[in-house]
Write a protein that binds this ligand. Structure first.
Ligand code: C2E
Ligand code: CA
Ligand code: CA
Length: 647
């Protein structure tokens, strides 16, 4: 019906010198012959006129359908010289209009893109048989232990004909060409064989994640297929993982759930790839058996990113944790990104900063060397209480160090304020004890700076010289926690420092708890949001029902026969337009006794099949409206009859 409506519009819109033809379901071609009309501006103008005509809503079954019209334009003889050539070129031009104005002129690049696709597809056909594929392995690192905990297998293709081609280019083509099943099988088998080879070579067992395509997930026997492959290659399921994107999962959640449950029950790990690039919330995926959420590169920030972006990443991490999933950050390229992720509780990461994807032998070498993350990045490093002593007099530093070492602190020292700031950048310091009179910068000034840069530190001044005002100011502004005087009493000084560490640890614990409360609140907010979405869905359902009821009424209203609904008490409960017109053109039918409007039924001729009303003859049909057991009323349909010829 839509095609017919559009064809009619096109035919009507066609002017002199224009011919229209239908090519496919709703695909039409318009030939414009007049040379004057073929200047690019005139063509563009004409195309957008046609577009407007075609895009006006079409009413189908009392519903408005909004057609979207895209137009590709080709010109004779510049773009093509034969009818078939011109048509093909116009169709190619349509590939360019995707998100744009909906119309595009033919450009040679588009054709070369299409041509490149054809070439890539042709080359793909022989790629497996010719051994052109290879797998590279990118290490995944655990932020708790700092060790490599697995790898992602990434496909590499060196085409004999076209050179190296990136998976981002050839995977979609393989998917469209129906070649991805064979390629996916090659990748799975090859990864398993590599695992078995590494195991035989004595490398530690780890897990390899393999990317799956939508077509592979669609196999109902995926779990059985994987199980057979593992058995055949002698690899343990604990060494295999699969990576899927949310788009693949959401395409058919029921199917995904069933297939993945089977895969997971084997012990194969399931990762949700590229999370954050789609439009789903973790909640909507929460009931799927997902072990790891791989947060997309676009959510991996460093400290220079706006705070809001950083909190989105933190929210994703805590939400995933709330759903008992682990979080892996993808595409970590800098130390800054890594430390931010670590401090936000991320579990694992991969990225160029640690290692690019490597050929199998290089990856094995990396494992062999035991490459791991430096201690300082670990999420829960064993914290040693760290004390910074700052004094320009060497003997005082030495004496303090001797005294306080007994209490088991890690002690770092500095001979000036500038050096002190340097130490603070190098070490994670808990408590600072600083002299007041030092060349360059006073102790109070130094602690002011320390407070601004590292507000968590607990700061103490130890001075032989009391300059009252600056001390008062510093205490009032919270730059220092205690002011102690030289010479000191050993026992009391130790007690003060120990107390400072207790303060620090209490504050740390408070921060941690606040963070957990925040995370719990985020989860709660998500739950609320889910409830609201459910409510909105229900509301929408109700509205849809109401709309479809209104649609049915609309059809009844437009019926050329008169339709009356009469309730069990004999009152007119419904009358369509034709009924109103025929029976009560002036005063309306609703709510009136049926007998009044329909005299023949009053006369008891309840099944008379001909009635005459206001001089017009009708053929009448009666029906019972079914209810629960008892009749709920009657339906009367009156078909107008031609007037009887005068005798
Ligand atoms: P993916 O699954 O998201 O894989 C991660 C991609 O990010 C890889 O690109 C990897 O080389 C790249 N990458 C890793 N670390 C960094 C980093 O620090 N910075 C940046 N900028 N990039 C990084 P690659 O190898 O080109 O693969 C692209 C996509 O192709 C993959 O995205 C995956 O969707 C697909 N793919 C790769 N191999 C296979 C396969 O065997 N089967 C299927 N179905 N798809 C595959
Ligand atoms: Ca992946
Ligand atoms: Ca990814």
């Amino acid at each position: 019906a839509l095609a017919l409506a559009l064809a009619a519009r096109l035919r009507q819109a066609c002017g002199a010198g224009e011919a229209v033809a239908r090519l496919g379901d709703t695909e039409f071609a318009l030939l414009i012959e007049s040379p004057a009309a073929t200047a690019p501006d005139a063509l563009r103008q004409r195309a957008s006129e046609l577009q407007q005509v075609l895009q006006a809503p079409v009413r189908l079954n009392s519903t408005d359908v909004f057609p979207r019209c895209i137009i590709g334009i080709a010109r004779f003889p510049v773009d093509g010289e034969t009818p078939a050539g011109l048509l093909e070129v116009a169709q190619t031009a349509r590939l360019d209009v995707a998100g744009g104005a909906g119309l595009a002129f033919f450009r040679a690049e588009t054709a070369s893109r299409a041509l490149r696709e054809v070439r890539v597809e042709a080359a793909l056909h022989g790629a497996i048989a010719d051994g052109e594929f290879e797998l590279h392995y990118q290490p995944k690192v655990d932020l708790g232990s700092g060790a490599v905990c697995g790898a992602e297998a990434l496909l590499r293709w060196q085409s004999a004909e076209l050179g190296p081609i990136a998976p981002a280019e050839f995977i979609p083509i393989a998917e469209r060409a129906g070649l991805i099943g064979a390629i996916g099988d090659w990748v799975l088998r090859h990864a398993c064989e590599q695992l078995a080879a590494w195991r035989a070579a004595g490398l530690p067992a780890l897990r390899i994640g393999v990317n799956l395509s939508a077509a592979q997930l669609q196999r109902p026997d995926l779990a059985a297929h994987l199980q057979a492959l593992l058995a055949e290659t002698g690899v343990d399921a604990a060494q295999l993982g699969i990576e899927l994107t949310e788009g693949m999962l959401l395409a058919d959640v029921g199917h995904a759930q069933a297939v993945l449950a089977g895969v997971r029950s084997l012990g194969i790990e399931i990762s949700l790839d590229d999370f954050g690039t789609g439009f789903s919330s973790l909640n909507s995926l929460g009931h799927l058996p997902i072990d790891i959420v791989k947060v997309d590169r676009s959510f991996v920030h460093d400290v220079t990113a706006p705070a809001q972006q950083v909190s989105i990443t933190r929210a994703i991490i805590s939400m995933a944790h709330g759903l008992q999933m682990k979080v892996l950050a993808e595409g970590v390229e800098s130390e800054g990104q890594l430390s931010l992720l670590a401090s936000n509780g991320c579990d694992q990461f991969q990225g160029f900063w640690f290692s690019r994807p490597l050929p199998a032998d290089d990856f094995a070498a990396l494992l062999h060397e035991g490459k791991r993350l430096p201690e300082r990045f670990l999420v829960r490093p064993v914290r040693t209480r760290t004390l910074l002593l700052v004094d320009d007099e060497d003997n005082i530093v030495a004496a303090l160090k001797r005294l306080l070492r007994r209490d088991g602190y890690r002690i770092v020292t500095a001979a000036s304020a500038a050096e002190g700031l340097q130490r603070l950048a190098e070490h994670e310091v808990d408590v600072i004890v600083s002299d007041q009179r030092m060349p360059g910068m006073t102790g109070v000034e130094f602690l002011h700076r320390a407070k601004a840069l590292y507000p968590q530190t607990v700061r103490i001044v130890l001075s032989g010289y009391t300059e009252l005002q600056s001390v008062i100011d510093a205490v009032n502004e919270g730059a220092i926690y205690k002011f102690l005087t030289k010479p000191w009493d050993d026992a009391r000084l130790r007690e003060h420092v120990a107390e400072a560490f207790r303060q620090k640890e209490l504050a740390d614990e408070n921060r941690r708890l606040t963070h957990e409360v925040d995370a719990a609140n985020t989860d709660l907010a998500a739950l609320n949001e889910r409830l609201e979405r459910l409510l909105a869905q229900q509301r929408e359902q109700a509205e849809l029902l109401a709309a479809s009821a209104a649609g049915t009424r609309g059809v009844l209203d437009d019926l050329p026969a008169a339709v009356l609904g009469i309730d069990p008490d004999g009152i007119v409960a419904y009358a369509n337009r034709a009924a109103e017109r025929a029976l009560a053109p002036n005063d309306g039918l609703l709510g009136r006794p049926a007998a009044e409007a329909l005299p023949s039924s009053q006369a008891g001729a309840a099944d008379a099949n001909e009635v005459e009303l206001n001089g017009q003859r009708f053929q009448a049909l009666y029906g019972e409206l079914p209810g629960d057991g008892n009749a709920q009323g009657r339906l009367v349909v009156l078909f107008p009859q031609p007037a009887r010829k005068a005798a």
